[in-house]
Design a protein around this ligand. Structure first.
Ligand code: TYD
Length: 206
């Protein structure tokens, strides 16, 4: 049995990744259909009943920074064990709205938790496991700010300052530069149509 591929979507709040997720899933599913395999769409924090309960707490309640990072990784452990690993083992592909890069970007870059602590948790929870492809939707913080203000009631992270998002974006970009073979960085200031053309090429070459 050929193992499936694991693809993640990342970006700061307001970058617009949600606009493209379902469309991307449909494109992938159409390409995979002849093989009989499916695309499993999921998200972090969340993706399992326990993970979704933790998501509710994480997005709503203020807490100590390290507690926040530990809960993100606890939800991730459950997600890997219950959803991601079983799907990849049966040959399905998994498309996740955020994964570990978000913890490095938000809890590391945004909140300032030292990287070595996050790396230790990453090793514990996922060993050397990494996404096969990470699509990073990148926009300047001012653009993201405007897009966020137009949206529904903000959660705990969406209420953060522009400087928080500047640090978060900086960490995403640093990680992308560190692993260029894994990341596809999309300039998300462009039109939806232009971004989709680029994503079609990304899927084709992947
Ligand atoms: P998000 O993915 O933006 O979903 P929605 O579009 O419904 O708002 O929300 C998840 C939030 O959780 C987002 O603000 C980033 C944050 N987050 C972290 O801080 N660390 C993590 O490890 C993950 C997975 C998410």
């Amino acid at each position: 049995m050929v193992r499936g591929k694991f693809i993640t979507f990342e970006g700061i709040d307001g970058a617009g990744k949600t606009t493209h997720l379902d469309w991307f899933r449909q494109q992938l599913a159409a390409k995979l259909a002849p093989s009989g395999h499916a695309v499993v769409m999921t998200r972090e924090p969340g993706g399992t009943p326990l993970g979704e309960t933790l998501r509710g707490i994480l997005l709503d309640q203020p807490m100590d920074l390290e507690t926040e990072a530990l809960l993100m990784f606890a939800a991730r452990r459950e997600h890997l064990a219950q959803v991601i690993e079983p799907a990849l083992s049966r040959g399905d592909w998994v498309l996740s709205d955020r994964f570990t890069d978000a913890t490095f970007a938000y809890q590391g870059g945004g909140r300032g938790l030292p990287r070595d602590k996050l790396e230790a948790l990453e090793r514990w929870v996922q060993g050397g496991f990494q996404p096969d492809l990470t699509v990073l939707f990148d926009v300047p913080t001012e653009t993201a700010n405007e897009r966020r203000s137009a949206a529904r009631a903000p959660d705990k992270f969406e209420r953060e300052s522009e400087t928080f998002f500047a640090r978060t974006r900086g960490e995403y970009l640093r990680r992308a530069a560190e692993s260029p073979q894994r990341f596809a960085v999309v300039d998300a200031t462009r039109t939806i149509e232009d971004i989709r053309k680029e994503l079609e090429q990304t899927i084709a070459s992947f």
